[in-house]
Design a protein around this ligand. Sequence first.
Ligand code: BTN
Length: 259
Amino acid sequence: MSIIIKNTIFTGKFLLQLQEIDSTNNYAHNWIANNEPIDGTVIIADHQTAGRGQFGNIWKTSAGQNLTFSIIYLPKFLLAKDAFYLNMSISLGISNGLKQYFPALDVKIKWPNDIYIGDKKVAGILIENSISGNYLKSSIVGIGLNVLQTEFDPKLPNPTSLLLENKSQIELQDILNIILVKIEQEYLVLRSGNFSAILASYNEFLFRKGISADYMIPSINTNNKFTGKIIGVARDGKLEIEFNDGNKKFYFKEIEYVI
Ligand code: BTN
């Protein structure tokens, strides 16, 4: 079935639909290398044989049951130092889309950009940027959303899917469409330069915000857990946590959530 995206201005208007591919992000890299890419191109696959996750992890999903796609954006307006705002916009777009489709779900963003329902991961994002001078040149925004899959690799800590969380009728194509509409909306906010609006909305979805929970700080030691409360993500993209002995800010990888 061929996919047609409605209600976006440019995202997904040019869409490459593949049955099987190693990774839509890899395909997007090759596409950019060999073509003049159109802003908002979407590459979607029914099945990825070598899907990639963050930090060299693999993203393994069953054929035909999930959404695995990449958007090629050309954010030439965005300074490379502000690239995290693109990550925030994408996380927000996915969250707004899920919230619209399933208003009852407890959708959260786990900093920096995992999408959670309650305390389980439903989607992951892998953004790969290329830079020209101080600015971004192209961004491959890879998104994996678990939709109809109900069994996962037991090694994964806390996966879930939309079907597991919400038993009603779910159409892959409808969800894709809503998510692309919402991602594009946030991308346009980013393009307008309204960074503070993005940050504020992102913080509203922030997983564990204001809740007392345990964290590990690898630079201090890997055995001890520290109890703290997330205050929010700051303008520099750092996560701020309140501990007994005061507030601390962390770059990604400087702090680990105890799930
Ligand atoms: C994560 O580790 O949480 C990020 C997972 C990103 C997976 C998506 S699926 C579509 C795109 N193609 C890939 O190879 N990876 C991303």
